[in-house]
Structures are given as C-alpha cells and as structure tokens.
Design a binder for this molecule. Sequence first.
Ligand SMILES: Nc1ncnc2c1ncn2[C@@H]1O[C@H](COP(=O)(O)OP(=O)(O)O)[C@@H](O)[C@H]1O
Ligand SMILES: [Mg+2]
Length: 326
Amino acid sequence: MTIRFDRVSLTFPGATRRAVDDCSCEIAAGDLVVILGPSGCGKTTLLKMVNRLYEPTSGSIYLHETAIREMEVTKLRRKIGYVIQQSGLFPHMTVAQNIAVVPKLLEWPRAKYQSRIDELLKLIELPPEEYRNRYPGQLSGGQQQRVGLARALAGDPDVLLMDEPFGAIDAITRETLQDEILYLQQQLHKTILFVSHDVEEALRLADKILILDRGKIVQYDTPFKILTQPANQFVHDLVGADDMVRQLSLLRVETAMTDLKLTDWPGPGDISKDNPTIARDDNLRQALSLMLGTGASSLTVRDGDRPVGVLTLDYIRNSVAAQHKE
Ligand SMILES: Nc1ncnc2c1ncn2[C@@H]1O[C@H](COP(=O)(O)OP(=O)(O)O)[C@@H](O)[C@H]1O
Ligand SMILES: [Mg+2]
C-alpha cells in the first residue's frame, strides 16, 4: 500500500516554526523507508500524522490514493501497525493476551487468533510453548520489542510505523533485531516507515532513506545514493560519507544492483556464465573485494540459486566519482 505525502506541514500551537515543513514524497508499496535525522527534526511528528495521532496544519496524506482525513480513524488504524521505543505492552497481560488485543477488537474467532499468536511467536523466534504465557516483566528488552512487533503485526496491517523501536536496546541485540526485521520483511512485504537517528541502522535496513533537516526533506533516495551522492553538506556529514568504505559494508548488494526484472533478460550481453556470483544480502564491501580479487567487472546477484540482478564496478565507481567531482 503506497503512502503519499503532499505538501504536508504541521505547526504546533504556539510554536514559532513548523515541526514538519512542506513535505512531499511517495513511499512505494512494500518498501522499508527509514526517516533519518537528528533529534527534533520532525521524524516522530511526520510519522504520527500517518495514523492521525496528529493532523497536518496543511497538506494531505494518502494511503493507496485515499486521503486519510476522509477515512474513519479506527478503520485507518486497523490498516496500520505501530511500534514505539517502549514496547507499550500491557504489563498485567501475558504475551499471548498482548498479541491478541487487535484480533479481539476485530472479533476474530478464538481458534483463529490462537493460531495467529503461535504463528507470530514463531515468526519472531520466541517458541510459543515457552513464551505464550509469560508476562512482559519476564522478558528481556529485546524480547519485549519483538512482542511489540508481533502485536503490531497481529491484525495483518498493510503498513507498519516504527518509531525508534530499537532505540533503548543494547548494540548487539539491536543488530539481531535489525536482521530479524530484514528477514521478516522478505516474507511479509509490508510498507514500513521506520524512524531512526542512527545512520548505521538506516543504511542497513532501508530500501530508501528519507532525510529530514528542521522539518524539511533534504534527500529521499537509496542508501547507496545517499552515501555516494549526498544532496548537501548536511547529508554528507550526517551519513559519514567520508568513511565510504566502512559505510559500504553496511549496504546490502541488492540496494545497488540492477534488477533483472527491470531489464530485458536474458539480454545480448549474457553475463551470467562467467560472472562470479554474490548473494543479494551480502554487503557492498564484500562485493567490491570480490570484484577486485577476481578482476570481474560485474557480478551476478543471486537469491538462493536464482539470479536476480547484476552489480557492476562501473556503477559503483561512477557513483563514488560523482561525489568527488563537486
Ligand atoms: N506535542 C508537541 N507540542 C509542541 N511541540 C512539539 C510536540 N511534539 C514535538 N514538538 C516539537 O516539534 C519538533 C519536532 O519534534 P519531533 O517530531 O518529536 O522530532 P524527532 O522525532 O525528529 O526527534 C521539535 O522542535 C519538538 O520540540
Ligand atoms: Mg522522535
């Protein structure tokens, strides 16, 4: 389900400047978009307008071409899962009861939501027999965030809003949770808006990154483009573009490849036979070393055994060179 912002602004009562300032962009269905920027730049405000916790002062937001202000708030929120930093679980309810909140509101029959709970617990890798009847206080912080995610997914929403969901989690658990989000997204293809102020998190997770500076969108592009062609000095400094090689190790190969679906394939330059191959979720630094090590000028990107894309040295080189021209 696409989300479109059309000239959206919000000024809080009594504020002298806009918290969100004339934002327009389109989030494609199935994309994971990270909203990135320093504290106070308007990330949470932008997110909260999507489920109408805040209403824009001007402009419109569309879900799949319907203006959300025309929708009933409860109906809108049923299409949207919401995950926040403090998992927001009810402490006096078990894991199962927490996850069942939305399905019960939707009046699912008991058998249906019981099996949904187990399915979700398996998905977030908490064995149901062991975790179903625990209370939030009997879980680690990372496990609580996973249950928060399961709860947000329970009603099978099309859209997920996540506001710094791993912000209070230690670095190592955080990486595990990031991997799980990527793994989940490969299966679920939700449209996800994910707020973060952590550049590495954004580079690792995002299909596209939306960068906010004082309420304005300054760049909205793939992690690779943001890193190699930052729109201005602010973006350059924010994403640490000076440390390109290190940052490339955070980017998945698939974020810089040419998708075979988008090209005439097999085309005249059939490259698949001689090319070394690399997995789509390997990182760009590994891809570069493979190219430099084998002398290959392009790699076939595979998903399991299936070729899904092509990555060329020229593309990487030209992108990096474009930055240094300026
Ligand atoms: N409920 C509110 N009332 C008044 N001002 C607010 C409110 N929420 C946020 N702001 C202000 O709006 C700006 C953007 O805040 P926010 O969206 O929370 O930023 P971020 O999530 O990027 O840290 C900040 O200047 C903040 O102080
Ligand atoms: Mg915030």
